[in-house]
Ligand binder design. Structure first.
Ligand code: HEC
Length: 98
């Protein structure tokens, strides 16, 4: 299932991210997520919005971004983002809410 989804482009990104050890969550967030999450809920740094999300756990939140949720398109509308990029961005957002 996963192999079918991985195109050569995402594979290259994935390998690159692997080499760099981890995608830079803040950079992924700024380039792909801030366009919405700087202004609309769940807003970055909004502790009351993030508290219940953090309780759901990283895996659930990462899955929401990969599959899309409500007005958020799958992979935030950027099919080139790898799972590692998305989890780095989610983890960055979770740390900002504390
Ligand atoms: C087009 C605007 C848009 C973009 C781009 C976007 N989001 Fe979202 N995001 C939303 C909206 C709207 C929701 C609320 C969805 C709902 O609960 O109905 C949301 C919800 C979330 C949630 C909570 C999911 C849950 O299970 O409740 C997380 C985590 C999240 N976004 C992370 C990200 C990350 C990481 C990125 C960048 C890779 C991103 N978003 C890009 C609009 C966006």
């Amino acid at each position: 299932m996963k192999f079918i989804l991985i195109s050569s482009t995402t594979l290259a990104v994935f390998l690159f991210a692997g080499q760099a050890h981890a995608a830079d969550g803040q950079e992924v967030y700024s380039n792909n997520c801030a366009v919405c999450h700087a202004a609309m809920p769940p807003k970055l740094s909004d502790k009351s919005a993030w508290e219940p999300l953090i309780k759901k756990g990283t895996d659930v939140l990462v899955a929401s971004v990969i599959n899309g949720k409500g007005a958020m398109p799958p992979r935030a509308g950027k099919p080139e983002l790898s799972d590692a990029d998305i989890s780095a961005a989610v983890e960055y957002m979770m740390t900002q809410a504390k």
